[in-house]
Design a protein around this ligand. Structure first.
Ligand code: BGC
Length: 254
């Protein structure tokens, strides 16, 4: 879908628990204009260590000086400030991410929640393109991320991965990391997802749920097990969605 931005290309970065990935994105098509680069997340994933990796990623591509740069980050961000952090080093709490990354790269950087970035990516270029009403993107990875879109407008920082279900933080039981850690069968994990999505449906009544994260490439193994009122479909940008959405939001915030 065409974007109204004076830029043709923006750079997107996705900070994850195991890897930090970046690529330049064509803002008209949502495609990468060069191969994605991935650097493992530093074992001690402190702000300074991660900022160093981001500077290395940005320097590794020949970007115009004014190229918009968007960063997808795995925590809720209050005007760029990390509110709490579940899956990176605890010292991130309270950090002003755009300020930190400006110091590290010398460039202006727009920071957004990773699931929000993925949701906007899917809405502008992927599975949710052209869909109005209440659309929910859920990413299943190390944690569970959520992005709520109402008639195409993002309601940021929804944090539905931390719903408390039967006394547990939902992502500790239903994220893809729980499936892997506990070696759950698709059926067993499917029953946990059913409980999770039942709660989400009860609270928000979305019309469409888009499921992303690396495991969404195996959607045929678990989406057919779910019985929901909402239409539930796999993300089409898969694990590119965070990079694409962050780049797109950096060029066009709304
Ligand atoms: C974080 C969210 C994030 C999600 C996916 C959760 O633990 O609180 O902000 O979107 O993981 O990375």
């Amino acid at each position: 879908m065409a974007e109204q931005s004076r830029h043709k290309v923006a750079f997107g970065i996705d900070i994850g628990g195991s890897g930090i990935k970046g690529a330049p994105v064509d803002l008209t098509t949502g495609e990468f204009t060069a191969d994605r680069r991935r650097i493992p997340t530093p074992h001690k994933s402190t702000p300074d260590a991660v900022a160093g990796v981001i500077a290395e990623l940005v320097d590794g591509f020949e970007l115009p000086a004014d190229a918009p740069i968007g960063v997808a980050f795995p925590a809720p961000l209050d005007r760029g400030v990390v509110r709490f952090i579940a899956n990176l080093h605890k010292s991130w709490k309270g950090i002003d991410l755009p300020e930190l990354l400006h110091e590290a790269t010398g460039r202006d950087v727009v920071a957004v929640n990773d699931a929000d970035a993925a949701g906007v990516g899917e809405q502008r270029y992927g599975a949710a393109a052209g869909r109005d009403g209440v659309v929910l993107m859920v990413t299943l990875g190390t944690g569970i991320g959520s992005a709520l879109l109402v008639d195409g407008t993002l309601v940021p920082n929804t944090e539905l991965g931390h719903l408390e279900i039967h006394g547990h933080d939902a992502e500790s039981k239903a994220a893809d990391s729980a499936r892997q850690r506990e070696e759950l069968s698709w059926e067993k994990w499917g029953r946990r997802l059913q409980r999770y999505f039942d709660t989400v449906e009860m609270l928000l009544s979305p019309e469409l749920i888009v499921v992303g994260g690396g495991v969404s490439k195996h959607h045929d193994k678990f989406l057919p097990l779910l019985d929901l009122r909402a239409e539930i479909i796999p993300a089409t940008l898969r694990n590119r969605a965070g990079i694409v959405g962050a780049a797109s939001l950096a060029a066009r915030p709304h």
